[in-house]
Design a protein around this ligand. Sequence first.
Ligand code: F6P
Length: 484
Amino acid sequence: MGPDPRPAPGDQTSTVGDGSLADVVLVSNRGPLAFRLDAGRPAAMASGGGLAGSLFPLVEGTGATWVATSMSEADRLAAAQGLMAADGLRIELVEPEPDVYNLAYNVVSNATLWFCHHHLFDSARRPRTDRRWMEAWDAYRDVNRLMAERVAEVAPVGGRVLVQDYHLALVAPALSELRPDLATVHFTHTPFADPSVLRMLATSVGDELLAAMARFEHCGFHSERWASAFRAGLASAAIDGPGATTFVSPLSIDAGRLQASASEPAVSEALARIEESVGSSDRQVIVRVDRMELSKNLLRGFWAFEELLEQVPAHRERVVFVALAYPTRQGLPEYLAYQDEVETTVARINERWGTPGWTPVVLEVEDDYPRSLAALTRYDVLLVNPVRDGLNLVAMEGPVINTHDGVLALSREAGAFDQLGIGAFEVNPFDVTGTATVLARALALDPVERATRAGALRSKVLARRPSDWLDDQLAAARPTTVIG
Ligand code: F6P
């Protein structure tokens, strides 16, 4: 889910929020503010995703500059009307031609690089690197170049530039040519593809991508697994460069801010509605909170739940699976087809197993932050089973606000498993029967062990703050610093 960037009471955890980042330029595709059109006028809404939501509270008020793309007509209008503004943060919006941006964002970033790094290609059909796709790659290069040019215009002499994510892998070559005085870091929020999967891209494209990333002085990742996949890619393509130096720094959550948000009246109201759909307070509740995203592995979660109902009759009418999925990337046919399959699967399970007083799976496909928080306070088991995930913030948010000593069933393929594997039940996300067994064990866990595990998870999450992650990038952006 990631934090909601709307201001919350008690938000003050950043150690860098003291106006001292005037030399820093953040660069990301999605910026800190987002707009939608309301009766033809731009209206502010929460900017989506973990990256923007985590970074915004850390850098507001610091004097930093944030260069982002305008992702919609509403963003463009808002910028023209001077609404793209935040206190103590200079927001610079780059406005590529909409057609060029669509190719770069949808065809390359979302439908190719996202699939590549998450190992999601359906290799009988995708990737399809043809002339049309190569035009999209040109557009991706153009957008990266535009971003580099804007950074070159606005960055102070000797400034530190923190470029975020797979949308902007090619920024360094242009930037170092235009502004060799800048210190540049790239941070990847997704996994990084293993070399065998990276080889599914056209060879020239894979090599260009790796060579461009190697031009950053340091490349950061949430997990050592992704850092080592990147280094293996560089080695297999025989690419050398300063970016061969990697660092690992997992993002964390702002626990105080999250707890404050979870105690808002809207969350209690949402909880009452969830309890109503669960039907009885003696029932156990499995929760998941995700984007409606292929990598999140919703289908296997539902298949596992069905297997649980088949194998353990005692759970029938005693357990409800509350699945909250935020709509995402609805312009991509793969996502629409996936959502359709998820909804059909849930309808079939409810049809087969439901009784007049019990709906086995409550699926809501809607962006409703208070309801997501409410579900996280309530779960007995939180299922986080992505097939591959850069980190996963939901796995961190749940243990901090849950009030039931709930059990975390966590995919070993999520970056967050590095830290939370100790208190969580390990899930092999591809193994449906194995996932059903984990759910059964988690539901049956005795209260003492539940409390011990929940406490261990909370301590692990609380040991790190989002500002630690930003501080690591800032340290990496000092050219003299040696990072391991
Ligand atoms: O997981 C990395 C990330 O950048 C998240 O911040 C975000 O959820 C996603 O990838 C990008 O999503 P979008 O395309 O909606 O910005």
